[in-house]
Ligand binder design. Sequence first.
Ligand SMILES: [Zn+2]
Length: 101
Amino acid sequence: MGRFRGRLRRLQREAEGGMTLVCPECGEEFVVAGDVAAEFIVALWSKETGQKGHRKTPEDLVRILDHDHNPGAFVEKQSGLPFLSREVSGMNLGGELIHDA
Ligand SMILES: [Zn+2]
């Protein structure tokens, strides 16, 4: 049952414009909603500086940031590209952030 519910949740999220990220280390999948790359950068910045952002970090992002492996290396499942890459995020972030994450 939990599996089924998880799948439903995923479909809902994808319909809302989210995406599925996969950890290249362990293959765990994270379904995230919204503008993931932008949210990730804000959340990472908040975490590193210890400053609170202007709003609460979304639950999806908290799970990603708490993951055991480097979240900056996560790939977007559909394309197989890093979610922070320009192709996926729509932003030109360069490689630095990905290595530091
Ligand atoms: Zn992992």
